[in-house]
Each structure stands twice: as structure tokens, then as C-alpha cells.
Write a protein that binds this ligand. Structure first.
Ligand code: ADP
Ligand code: MG
Length: 729
């Protein structure tokens, strides 16, 4: 008998185990048994041969139509050709032999059916498999195999030239025969509650199903395994995090926060009030807050974060605000300075009572400015330190770091979160993560499952709507001229515009900040439109006479700053830019955004970008310029963006488009992703139930002492996480 953790060698012998390790990276019985079939072929149902693509490694079920053998002309030996069919199309199987291949000829006689596996190639216009592996069905061979093919459903595994689907099936069968599961990973109470079968049943059912119902029952159960182990791990982490200590920073009356609230020129929205109150409570506790604050661009997250920072400063702490780019750090610095006014002018003329100071710390500071900033942080002179990754460097020290605010979660990894966390002297700082990319609930529960969540669902009143239109230049070339015309009209009316391009241009590679997928529907097309090229064209043609400026990631920091400032001050009419302008940038007078090659951007990214316009009292207009044909998937994506302003709906579309591994990020990405059956979009209910069960279970039995099977499953998950992390490092 063998358990899941046993090495495959013990069960299959050295040779087979080595091959599974080398080809599929499978090492234990558990690894192999969670290598699930990618599909099931119904016995006797032939594969549609027309669907095969050249170059693909395939496993097909087909019937032999004809066999012939001939001598090779210039060499000894023979070529045996068998033609197989699905009833319509044909595929040639070619075998080279040293001598005559009589045995093969008689085995592959017309009418016999089998599974054939190999790489599809093409020879003289005919598609063929050269030296395919094959397994004939109902060939009457001995016991086990006959039984296998008597089954209605034949599991088909993702196979390769080194390892065919039925060799994998064979190994799985051997493992299943000796499998012993003394401790089911899912506690009996959970199984009962949710009507799930046992693990051993499920793993048999998915590899060797009797019928469809068997597959479906087994899949449900195994999805639970994936969801549950992950949720248990996250629940353990939440519990561990809650056990760390932090200095409580309860609100005080008559401090900076109160003074700030008194000067706030607007009413907080209900959502802001709620999130603010929750955060205020979190900060007052002796354990570190770990909270994700999500809300659309412009929903007012920054104000909430600032109020939290002031509460901490009132309680003698400091706050660090970490922004993903230099432009954003600078913008935060400017907007927070102006929001605070005299409250941030401690020691200066006109500074208010209790006032604090802001410090900006970015990579591009000169030596003297940097020294000053470092000193402000270390001495406690600055209550708020705003910066980029430069804040993570070792020599940055704080007098008493009480709160870390991270803007735009997406671009910071877990490791970076940890680096800042380590900078607090006593205990850990409280942590608030802000993101404007709406995160679907299931992703929130899996990827960010160790964070508490606050969501702003409304925008402050008085915001203008954004109208979005697709500009299909391939079908309607004159629309582009109209687009530039439109910009001229707005500028004539005293307003401003953005023109966003996917690329910087020049000879150098694309902006590192533009992680853009090439548009696959456009064929071997021209490179994406570049800022430098387009700006020159516009200045010479359609936008001649307007004040244009460019902004991209390769500009020196001070030029970026200059361009942004000039645009914000209305000295520039049109900003031609890459996505560096994406997050957080706030110029209310900019009302039009034209996005070139819009099909090159992701759905959520487009949504983010257009959040730059319509921030003032004038309605925003976003034009998505594309050459993608009307029926292309890229067009559907753009139409979806044009069709809704609901960021959550768009983030779901995004999730469908991307591999889920990408969404899951560091912890879950990579080929050994622990999510095999679970689909974040389809299995929302299951994940929610698993989360609730996991939370209860971990509360009652944090170390999983009473659930050894589960403990083992969680260990496997941690190993996967570690190995992916190491691979990446
Ligand atoms: P986010 O960070 O979520 O994108 P911000 O906090 O930058 O949004 O807010 C966007 C703009 O709206 C800022 O100019 C801010 O001062 C303003 N704002 C924030 N909250 C409110 C509110 N409750 N009412 C009116 N304006 C608000
Ligand atoms: Mg913001």
C-alpha cells in the first residue's frame, strides 16, 4: 500500500518514476494522482481529425482504413503506411522499419480502432503522424488492459512525445491499485455538510470514471480539496498575523485629524465614512491592521488613507506612503501637501499648531535632498514619508513607523510588503493597501485572502460621466481625422486632452512599465504606435498649433515632473503619453482621452486609463482607436469597455481573458499551480463555502492537530509556493 506522500519510485519502480519526474515534474503518488485527465473520450467515438493542428502533440481515437508497406528505394528497410479515419477526414501514420514489418501490418488491419499519439506534421500535403505510439482498442490483449478499454470513458492526459497518454494512465492505474488514504484531507464534517464523496473515491472517479456523473461528482470533491487547503492556509496566516503585536494608535481628540476634518472642503461619502471608521478601529488595536481598500479611480481612497495617517501621527507615530512610480509619488506629495496646507508646515512660517511635515523620498533625489529626507524619516521630523521603492532600501529608517500605506497593490509583491513591515521597531506597523483595480470577490478571497477588505462602491457626488467610443480606423479611416478634430474643439473651449500610446518609440525597447501583450489578432503587423512618432506627426499635422508635451517612463524624473506639472497647470493642451499616466493622476480640466492601438491594452487597464478624464465638472470622453476587425476578440473587449463603466464587470472579463495563474501572482503562478480544477470565476460559491469552513476549522484547531490529512495537503501547498518562489528568484 502507498500513501499520497510516497515517492513514485516505490510504486512504479525507478524507470517510470524518473520519466514522470523528468517529463511532467511529478514526484509523489499525490503529484501523479492530481495530474488529472484533460478530457475523456467516449469509447468508440472517433476524434474529429479536421480539428488537428500541425505541430501539435495529439492523442486521437480513429479507425484504420488501409495499410500498405513498401521497400525504401535507396536504403534497406521498409516504410509502412497506415491510413486512419474518423469517417470523414484521414490521417497517415508512417512507420520506418529495418526489415519488413509484418507484425505491425497484421496488427493494424482495416477496421481496427485505436488510440494514436504523436506530433502532427505534413508531408506532400497530407497530414501525418510519424512513428506514433498507439494502443489498439478491444484488441483482446490481456486482463487489465481489456478491462480498461471496456470502460465507457477513456481518460486522455496531456501527453508528449516522451510520455503517451496511456502510459500515464497505466501509471495512474498502478498507483490507484495500491493507494491507501488513511486520513482524508477533507474532514468528515465538511464532507457530510456539503455532500462530498471521500478522497479515494474521487481520485478513482476522476481517473477511471464509470460515467459522466462519476466525473462530475469527483471533480466537485477535488475542487473542494483545492479550495479548502488554500483557505486553511490563508486562515492560518490571518490568525498568525493577528497574533503579532502592533502599537495601538487610537484616535485622539483635538489633534491633527480633527483639524484636518474641520478644513475638508467636502462631505465624506457614506462609503468613505464606513471604511474610515473601520480603519480607525483597526488602528486602535494592539495587532497590526492588514486591510485592502479598493475603489474605482476617483472614489476617494487617498483621503481615507490620509485620515488614517493623521490618526497615527496624532498617536505619535509616522506613516509611509509607497507609490508604484515616481510620477505618482510626486503627485501624492503635491496633492497631500495641498490638502494639508498649514497642517503640514511644522516649523515653518504659517504652520499650524500640531503641524507635521511631509517628506518625499524617491530614487531620483540628489545626494543632499536625499540626506535631508533620510534624516527627516529617521529623526521623526516628518510625520508622512512619501516615496517609491526607494523607501524599501536598508538605509531608510524611521523613528516610529506606525502605518504603511501601499498605493496600487498590483505592482508590489508580497516580499516588498514585508520589507517595509520589517522597518517598524517594536512590533509591526499597521498596513493599508489601496487598489483601484477592482478585484473580483473570488480573487480577493484567494490571492488577497490574508487581507481584510473595505470597498468603496460609489463615487463622490458631482462627478461627470465618461462616454467611451470605439474608433475602428480599419473600417472607418475618416473617424481618426474626426478624433483629432474633437481634440481641437475641446482645446478651443479651454480644455485639455491625453493621447495614450502603447510604446515610447526611438530605438530602445518598450517602457518597462508597459507590460503589454501584443495583439494576436492583427497578424504580423507593424509595431505599436509610439509616443515619439505620434507626437511628431500630430505636431506637424492634425494638432499643429496646439501646445503638445510628451510623457513616458524613459524621461528623466525632473522632465516627467515638469511635463505633469505643466499639464496640471494648463500650460500644455495635449499630453502624448504612455501608461505612466495610468494611476492616480488627477487633472480635472482634462476631458478627452484618445487611446491609440487600444486593442493592445487589457480591459482593466483601459478602464483605469479612462478614469483620468471626467474628473472635473465637464463630462469625459474616451476614444478607443483600433485597427482590429469588427469580429475579432479584441474588438469585443473594446466594445465591452465602451459598454460599461462597471469596473467589477470588466475585471471579470479580464480574468476570463488571462490565464488564471497570471492573476494569482507569485504565490500561485507557475507550472505547478495548485489550482487545477478550481475556476475562480465559476466556483465562487464553492470558494466562499470553503473559506467559511476553513475559518471555523482553523479557529478551533489552528495547528490542524486533528486533521493530519489536511495538514499534509497544506504542507504540499506551502512547498509549491516555496518552489515557485525559488524558481522566480
Ligand atoms: P482615488 O485615490 O480613489 O483615485 P482620490 O482620493 O484621489 O481618489 O479622490 C479623487 C478626487 O476626489 C480628489 O480630488 C479628492 O479630493 C476628491 N474627493 C475625495 N472624496 C471626496 C468627496 N467625498 N466629495 C468630493 N470630492 C472628493
Ligand atoms: Mg489615488
Amino acid at each position: 500500500m502507498a500513501v499520497l506522500a510516497d515517492p513514485l519510485r516505490l510504486v512504479l519502480g525507478d524507470k517510470a518514476a524518473k520519466r514522470l519526474a523528468a517529463v511532467l515534474d511529478l514526484h509523489t503518488v499525490g503529484d501523479l494522482l492530481s495530474y488529472y485527465p484533460r478530457r475523456y473520450d467516449r469509447r468508440g467515438e472517433l476524434t474529429d481529425l479536421a480539428s488537428l493542428r500541425e505541430g501539435e502533440h495529439v492523442t486521437v481515437q480513429a479507425e484504420v482504413a488501409a495499410v500498405s508497406e513498401r521497400r525504401m528505394r535507396n536504403r534497406p528497410g521498409s516504410i509502412l503506411e497506415a491510413v486512419v479515419t474518423d469517417g470523414r477526414g484521414r490521417l497517415t501514420l508512417t512507420f520506418f522499419g529495418r526489415g519488413r514489418q509484418t507484425w505491425r501490418e497484421s496488427e493494424l488491419h482495416p477496421g481496427v480502432r485505436g488510440l494514436f499519439s504523436g506530433q502532427v506534421s505534413s508531408f506532400q500535403g497530407k497530414r501525418q503522424l510519424t512513428h506514433p505510439e498507439y494502443e489498439l482498442l478491444g484488441s483482446g490483449s490481456a486482463g487489465a488492459r481489456a478491462a480498461e478499454f471496456a470502460a465507457e470513458l477513456i481518460p486522455v492526459y496531456r501527453a508528449s512525445a516522451q510520455l503517451s497518454s496511456w502510459k500515464i494512465a497505466e501509471s495512474v492505474r498502478v498507483a490507484l491499485d495500491v493507494l491507501d488514504v488513511p486520513d482524508d484531507p477533507l474532514p468528515a464534517s465538511v464532507r457530510r455538510q456539503h455532500g462530498l464523496c471521500g478522497y479515494a473515491d474521487a481520485v478513482r472517479g476522476i481517473h477511471r470514471p464509470v460515467d459522466e456523473a462519476d466525473v462530475s461528482r469527483s471533480r466537485t470533491r477535488l475542487k473542494w480539496d483545492e479550495a479548502f487547503a488554500l483557505q486553511v492556509l490563508l486562515a492560518q496566516r490571518r490568525l498568525a498575523a493577528a497574533s503579532y503585536s502592533a502599537i495601538p494608535r487610537p484616535p485622539v481628540s483635538g489633534g491633527l485629524l480633527a483639524a484636518f476634518d474641520a478644513t475638508l472642503p467636502f462631505e465624506l461619502t457614506v462609503g468613505q465614512e464606513l471604511a474610515g471608521a473601520t480603519i480607525a478601529d483597526d488602528l486602535a488595536r494592539p495587532h497590526p491592521m492588514h486591510r485592502l481598500l479598493q475603489g474605482e479611480v476617483g472614489s476617494g481612497k487617498t483621503v481615507i488613507a490620509l485620515r488614517a495617517m493623521l490618526q497615527v501621527i496624532d498617536a505619535a507615530g509616522q506613516a509611509a506612503l509607497l507609490a508604484p512610480t515616481e510620477v505618482l509619488a510626486q503627485q501624492h506629495f503635491r496633492s497631500i501637501s495641498s490638502l494639508l496646507g498649514p497642517l503640514a508646515m511644522a516649523g515653518q512660517l504659517g504652520g499650524a499648531e500640531h503641524a507635521t511635515r511631509l517628506t518625499l523620498l524617491t530614487g531620483s533625489l540628489g545626494a543632499a535632498a536625499r540626506r535631508k529626507a533620510l534624516l527627516e524619516a529617521a529623526s521623526g521630523g516628518a510625520g508622512i514619508i512619501i516615496g517609491t521603492h526607494a523607501l524599501l532600501e536598508d538605509r531608510v529608517q524611521f523613528a516610529d513607523l506606525g502605518l504603511v500605506v501601499i498605493d496600487e497593490q498590483h505592482r508590489f509583491g508580497v516580499e516588498q510588503r514585508d520589507a517595509l513591515r520589517d522597518k517598524a521597531g517594536d512590533g509591526r506597523p499597521h498596513m493599508l493597501v489601496m487598489t483601484a483595480t477592482p478585484i473580483p470577490r473570488t480573487v480577493a478571497m484567494t490571492v488577497f485572502g490574508d487581507l481584510d477588505m473595505s470597498t468603496l462602491t460609489e463615487l463622490p457626488a458631482g462627478r461627470s460621466p465618461i462616454a467611451t467610443h470605439v474608433v475602428p480606423v480599419a473600417q472607418r479611416p475618416h473617424y481618426l481625422a474626426r478624433t483629432w478634430e474633437r481634440i481641437r474643439e475641446e482645446v478651443a473651449a479651454g480644455r485639455q486632452a491625453y493621447v495614450v500610446c502603447p510604446r515610447i518609440g526611438g530605438d530602445e525597447p518598450p517602457d518597462a512599465e508597459d507590460a503589454l501583450a501584443p495583439s494576436d489578432e492583427l497578424g504580423p503587423a507593424r509595431p505599436p504606435i509610439a509616443v515619439l512618432d505620434l507626437a511628431a506627426e500630430l505636431a506637424a499635422g492634425p494638432l499643429a498649433g496646439l501646445r503638445l508635451a510628451i510623457l513616458h517612463g524613459r524621461l528623466p524624473a525632473e522632465d516627467k515632473e515638469k511635463a505633469m506639472l505643466a499639464f496640471a497647470d494648463g500650460l500644455v493642451d495635449v499630453l502624448v503619453t504612455t501608461t505612466v499616466v495610468e494611476v492616480g493622476v488627477d487633472v480635472p480640466n482634462a476631458v478627452v482621452m484618445v487611446i491609440m492601438d487600444a486593442d493592445r491594452f487589457g480591459v482593466s487597464q483601459l478602464h483605469q486609463l479612462r478614469g483620468r478624464v471626467g474628473r472635473g465638472s465637464d463630462p469625459g470622453l474616451c476614444l478607443l482607436v483600433t485597427e482590429a476587425p469588427e469580429d475579432a476578440p479584441a474588438r469585443e473587449r473594446l466594445d465591452a469597455v465602451a459598454g460599461t463603466l462597471d469596473g467589477f464587470a470588466l475585471s471579470r472579463i479580464d480574468l476570463v481573458q488571462r490565464r488564471e495563474g497570471d492573476v494569482l501572482g507569485t504565490a500561485q503562478a507557475g507550472r505547478k499551480s495548485s489550482l487545477r480544477l478550481l475556476r475562480l470565476l465559476d466556483d465562487e460559491d464553492l470558494i466562499a463555502q470553503a473559506r467559511a469552513e476553513a475559518t471555523d476549522l482553523v479557529a478551533a484547531d489552528p495547528a490542524l492537530a486533528d486533521a493530519p490529512g489536511l495538514a499534509a495537503a497544506v504542507r504540499v501547498l506551502i512547498d509549491v509556493e516555496k518552489s515557485t518562489f525559488l524558481e522566480k528568484a
